[in-house]
Write a protein that binds this ligand. Structure first.
Ligand code: CNA
Length: 240
């Protein structure tokens, strides 16, 4: 158990959490940049995920986009792990004001978190690009090839693709939560994807905690750096 991490959380009154794909690896969803991550995509498709998941690629090669998307981004059986559960408990205890996530997997909500700001959208929401009709994730999973709406439009996941802008309301709410926080915990993210990674710069509170397996470009800015699995590092929260 990490005593320093325990002390920071015990003394915090308003925590803002910013997380990424590393949060869900302990739930069996690979991240992009670890050695066993989906970077293997480059081998299978000849291009990296940033290209496969770009707006231009979606428009030009929707069949390949949906093939990659279905095989690599949909994990209907994944369950929240101790990291998701600990963050939900901190919110229930009145200590955490927002989970800001780059993840699209819905696991924070499944763990019970209520104030979740999804910077990159969610696989659970899908809309026809023509008539805006809503479709659940099952429609995307069950469709063969490109999923089409009854009106003939393509059904597009509400996931922010590379080259697309973030939802400004979600971004503003995230900045507000970070500005109000006395502690910011950043976990399971390589801090390589902007503007999400730049959100740290809005934090002016007391404790900046980074919990990540590998080093990040912002380690030197942190008041506490924990290079452990985040589900293990935060599991003490569930024992209280
Ligand atoms: P990333 O660039 O793949 O980085 C993940 C980081 O997490 C790495 O630095 C790892 O060292 C670290 N890590 C892995 N496992 C753990 C663990 N158990 N505990 C602590 N640290 C761990 O992912 P980012 O989120 O930084 O990149 C942003 C992209 C990846 C976003 O656009 C996401 O939408 C996208 N993504 C999301 C998911 C998901 O929703 N679960 C999965 C894969 C990619």
């Amino acid at each position: 158990m990490n005593a320093a991490l325990q002390n920071v959380i015990a003394s915090s009154r308003k925590i803002a959490f910013l997380g990424g794909a590393g949060l869900s690896t302990e739930s069996g969803i690979p991240d992009f940049r670890s050695s066993d991550g989906i970077y293997k995509a480059r081998k299978a498709y000849g291009v990296p995920p940033e290209v496969l998941l770009s707006h231009d690629f979606f428009e030009e090669y929707p069949e390949i986009f949906f093939d990659y998307y279905r095989k690599n981004l949909l994990y209907p059986d994944a369950k929240p792990n101790n990291a998701h559960k600990a963050l939900a408990k901190l919110e229930q205890d009145g200590k955490l004001n927002a989970v800001i996530t780059q993840n699209i997997d819905n696991l924070h909500q499944l763990a019970g978190s209520r104030h979740v700001l999804e910077l990159h959208g969610s696989v659970c929401r899908n809309h026809c690009i023509k008539c805006r009709r809503f479709y659940p994730v099952e429609t995307i999973m069950q469709a063969k090839g490109v999923p089409y709406c009854e009106c003939g439009g393509i059904i597009k996941p509400d996931v922010v693709l590379y080259g697309e802008g973030l939802d400004q309301r979600v971004l503003m709410d995230s900045i507000r939560a970070i500005r109000e926080a006395d502690t910011m915990i950043v976990g399971g993210t390589s801090l390589a994807v902007y503007p999400a990674a730049g959100l740290i710069d809005y934090f002016t509170g007391k404790n900046l905690v980074l919990i990540n397996l590998s080093e990040t470009p912002r380690d030197s800015d942190a008041t506490l750096c924990v290079h452990e699995k985040i589900g293990e590092a935060l599991s003490f929260v569930l024992e209280d």
